[in-house]
Design a protein around this ligand. Structure first.
Ligand code: GLN
Length: 537
C-alpha cells in the first residue's frame, strides 16, 4: 500500500516547505523506500514556461521536457530521482483536463463542479505518481487560507476515503515569528493557521516550525496543546547556513522516525547519509574563495538563476572553495567600462536567456573573457553569444548575429533550423527536455565528461548554424559535441583559451550536492588554478 504525506504551509509563503518536503524525501529514500514527490501549484498557468523570472524565479526543466516550478529542482537535487512533468500539477493543468473531458462528453450530462470533479482530478494526479512507490510526498503550494488553494486542501481531505487515514500523514510547515520588542517567539499565528486547516477538516499529524531561533521545549508543548499534536510531533527547522543541512537537522530530532511510525512503516536502522554528511563536512571545512561573475538579465532576483547558483555551489564544495557569485547586469556592460565591472571576476558565466535585451552586454563579457583568457562558461544563450563574439572578432564577420537579435539577417551564425520552424507552443521553444549528445574524441569536453555520449536537458529555440562549422574550427573554435539524432551543435570550445566552453543545453539541472556536474566542477577548478597561479606571482 502506498503511503501519502501531504505538506502544507502556514502563516506566510517562502517558508521552505519545498525544502522540508525534499528533506523528507531524502531521508525516506536513504532508508530504502521508493519515493515519489509532487508539487501542487494553485496558479492557473498550465506550466511555468511562460512565467517571468521576475515573478517566479527560474523555470526548472524536467527530463521529459516539462517547464516547472523551481521547487521541482530542489526535489531533484535532494532526492536524486528524475522528476517528470507529472510530478508538477497546476490548477491550469487540472482545469484544462476537466474542461476537455467535459467537452468530450465525459461527464454524462452532469453539472461539472469544483467538488467533486476538480477535487477528483487532483486526487487522481496524486495517486498516479504513486504507482509502484512506497511513499508519495505531495506539497501544496501557497499558504493555508488562500482562496486558490482550497480545492487542493479539500482534495487531500477527501483522500482519506480513497486510501484510509492510516496511510496518510499531514505535515504542516509553519512560521514561529520572533518579536524583537518583547524578545519572544510567538506561536499564535501557528495556532490560527492550524485552526484554519481544522476548519477544512484536516488535523495535522506533524508540525514543523520555521523560526529564526530555536523553539524550546515549553513552546513545543504549547504548540502541541493548542494544535492537538503530541509535543514530540513538533519539530523545528531554524534558519540554516545551507539548505542541505535541513535533512540532517530534522533527522537529528527524530523527524523521519516519527513520520514512519505514524504511517506504520518500519523505522528500524538509520538512513544512509554517508556521502551527504561528507558533503556537509567539506562545506564546513572549505578554505578560500573564487568569484564568478554571473552576467544575466535578472540578477537582482535571487531565484532567477537558482539551479546555476546551486551547481556552482556544489562545484565549489567539490573543489574545496566557496564560490562567490557576483551578479552583473548585462545591460550595464553595454555602455559601461567592461574591464572595470568584471575586474574582480576569476571566471565568467553567462547563463540562459531569451529576447534581445542585454545580449550585446553578454557579447562584451564573452569578448573580455576570451581576450583576457579568463575561464568562460556559456550556457545556452551564453554559448550563442560566445559564438557571435568569435565570429565578429576572430572570423571578421562584423555583423554576425542571431535570428533572435535580428530576424531579417541573412546567414545568421545562430539560426532557426528549417525543421524547427513550425513551433506551436506558447513559449516558442522547440527543444525541451533531454537529448543525447555525442562528444568528440580528444576534446576538452571528452576529458571532462569521461565518456563518449551524454544526455543533457534543453530549453531553447535557436541553434548554431552548421554552415559555419569549418570556418570556426579552422580558427580554433571547435565543435566538441553534436546531437546524434538531429545534428545540432551542442558543445563548442575555444582551443586557444585555457577554459572557454559553451553548451547549448542546461547542465545546471543535473548537478546534485553529492554529484556535482563535471562541467561546473571543471570550470571552478580552472578558475581556481588560474587564481592560484596569479596569486603566486
Ligand atoms: N534564446 C535562446 C534560444 O531560444 C537561448 C535560450 C536559452 O538560453 N535557454 O535559443
Amino acid at each position: 500500500m502506498t503511503k501519502y504525506i501531504f505538506v502544507t504551509g502556514g502563516v506566510v509563503s517562502s517558508l521552505g516547505k519545498g525544502i522540508t518536503a525534499a528533506s523528507l524525501g531524502v531521508l525516506m529514500k536513504r532508508r530504502g523506500y521508493k519515493v515519489s514527490i509532487i508539487k501542487m501549484d494553485p496558479y492557473i498557468n498550465v506550466d511555468a514556461g511562460a512565467m517571468s523570472p521576475f515573478q517566479h524565479g527560474e523555470v526548472f526543466v524536467t527530463c521529459d521536457g516539462a517547464e516547472t516550478d523551481l521547487d521541482l529542482g530542489h526535489y531533484e537535487r535532494f532526492i536524486d530521482e528524475a522528476i517528470k512533468g507529472e510530478n508538477s500539477c497546476t490548477s491550469g493543468k487540472v482545469y484544462s483536463a476537466v474542461i476537455q473531458r467535459e467537452r468530450a462528453g465525459g461527464y454524462n450530462g452532469s453539472t461539472v463542479q469544483v467538488i467533486p470533479h476538480i477535487t477528483n482530478e487532483i486526487q487522481d494526479r496524486i495517486e498516479r505518481v504513486g504507482k509502484g512507490k512506497d511513499i508519495v510526498i505531495a506539497e501544496i503550494g501557497g499558504t493555508v487560507g488562500d482562496i486558490e488553494g482550497l480545492p487542493y486542501l479539500e482534495a487531500i481531505r477527501q483522500f482519506v476515503s480513497r486510501v484510509g487515514r492510516e496511510n496518510i500523514l499531514y505535515c504542516h510547515v509553519t512560521l514561529i515569528p520572533y518579536i524583537a520588542a518583547s524578545g519572544e517567539l510567538k506561536t499564535k499565528p501557528t495556532q490560527h493557521s492550524v485552526n484554519e486547516l481544522r476548519r477544512i477538516g484536516i488535523q495535522p499529524d506533524i508540525i514543523v516550525c520555521r523560526s529564526q531561533y530555536p523553539v524550546g521545549e515549553d513552546l513545543r508543548e504549547k504548540i502541541g496543546l493548542f494544535c492537538s499534536v503530541a509535543p514530540d510531533a513538533v519539530f523545528e527547522a531554524t534558519d540554516a547556513d545551507t539548505i542541505y543541512r535541513i535533512p540532517v537537522v530534522l533527522h537529528t530530532q527524530g523527524f523521519d522516525k516519527a513520520v514512519l511510525k505514524k504511517l506504520q512503516l518500519s523505522s528500524d536502522g538509520e538512513p544512509d547519509m554517508c556521502d551527504w554528511n561528507d558533503f556537509l563536512h567539506k562545506y564546513d571545512t572549505i578554505k578560500g574563495q573564487i568569484t564568478v561573475a554571473l552576467v544575466g538579465k535578472y540578477t537582482e532576483i535571487k531565484d532567477a538563476y537558482l539551479s546555476v547558483n546551486e551547481a556552482l555551489f556544489h562545484a565549489g564544495i567539490a573543489n574545496g572553495v566557496k564560490v562567490k557569485v557576483f551578479p552583473v547586469e548585462a545591460e550595464d556592460l553595454e555602455n559601461g567600462d567592461v574591464c572595470e565591472i568584471l575586474k574582480c571576476a576569476d571566471a565568467i558565466l553567462v547563463p540562459g536567456g531569451f529576447g534581445q535585451r542585454g545580449v550585446e552586454g553578454k557579447i562584451k563579457a564573452a569578448k573580455y573573457a576570451r581576450e583576457k583568457k579568463i575561464p568562460y562558461f556559456g550556457i545556452c544563450l551564453g554559448m550563442q553569444v560566445a559564438v557571435i563574439e568569435f565570429a565578429r572578432s576572430v572570423l571578421g564577420i562584423k555583423d554576425a548575429t542571431s535570428v533572435e537579435m535580428d530576424e531579417k539577417t541573412a546567414d545568421p551564425v545562430i539560426y532557426l533550423m528549417e525543421e524547427q520552424k513550425n513551433i506551436t507552443d506558447i513559449g516558442g521553444t522547440s527543444r525541451l527536455g533531454a537529448y543525447p549528445c555525442k562528444i568528440k574524441e580528444g576534446s576538452k569536453a571528452a576529458d571532462i565528461y569521461g565518456k563518449p555520449e551524454i544526455e543533457e536537458r534543453h530549453r531553447h529555440r535557436f541553434e548554431f548554424n552548421n554552415k559555419y562549422v569549418k570556418e570556426f574550427e579552422n580558427a580554433g573554435m571547435r565543435v566538441a559535441g553534436v546531437c546524434p539524432t538531429g545534428g545540432q551543435v551542442e558543445i563548442m570550445e575555444n582551443t586557444k583559451h585555457p577554459w572557454m566552453i559553451g553548451v547549448q543545453f542546461h547542465p545546471e539541472f543535473l548537478s546534485r550536492p553529492v554529484k556535482p556536474h563535471p562541467l561546473f566542477k571543471d570550470f571552478v577548478a580552472a578558475a581556481l588554478k588560474i587564481k592560484n597561479k596569479y596569486e603566486e606571482r
